[in-house]
Design a protein around this ligand. Sequence first.
Ligand SMILES: CC(C)(COP(=O)(O)OP(=O)(O)OC[C@H]1O[C@@H](n2cnc3c(N)ncnc32)[C@H](O)[C@@H]1OP(=O)(O)O)[C@@H](O)C(=O)NCCC(=O)NCCS
Length: 140
Amino acid sequence: MNTESENLDLDPNPHPDGELATQTITLPADTNQDGEIHGGWLACQMDMAAHLASSKVAKGKVATVAIDNISFLAPISLGSIVGCYTKILAVGRSSIRVSAEAWVSHVVKGEEWRKVAEGVFTFVAIDSNGRTRAIPKESS
Ligand SMILES: CC(C)(COP(=O)(O)OP(=O)(O)OC[C@H]1O[C@@H](n2cnc3c(N)ncnc32)[C@H](O)[C@@H]1OP(=O)(O)O)[C@@H](O)C(=O)NCCC(=O)NCCS
């Protein structure tokens, strides 16, 4: 019999949480000696996607100030398409927290899309001198 916590993990229709920010394909230079994709490469893709999402909110330059709770859930093979999805979690005076998920599919192998990593990225809006600046308020 399943426990309540096991039932909560079951998702009959898994789908990305957030908007598609970037999409790319894995190349030989992104692999380790076993032919799998480096975790650092994937973290970089997620950082770039979250950077893009937060710079739209900040209406200008941002810098990564913290990366929390990156989990790598499954390996990625060479030639996979990697889509990074982002969602704005919180906007402060100058900071923006963004969740990022990486999903992959291998078109040639006919794989279903599956989530391979997730994490939370924090950015700070900066000016042209690299100093913290306030995020402009949304005009209504
Ligand atoms: C980004 C930077 C200008 C911020 O300077 P700072 O003096 O730490 O800024 P502040 O203390 O004024 O904090 C600014 C905001 O960031 C938040 N913040 C700072 N450090 C944080 C951290 N480690 N985690 C989460 N939020 C953080 C603060 O809470 C504040 O948020 P708010 O304005 O929304 O309330 C500075 O830390 C920096 O230049 N870091 C390097 C950035 C970089 O090069 N990134 C790429 C790495 S290769």
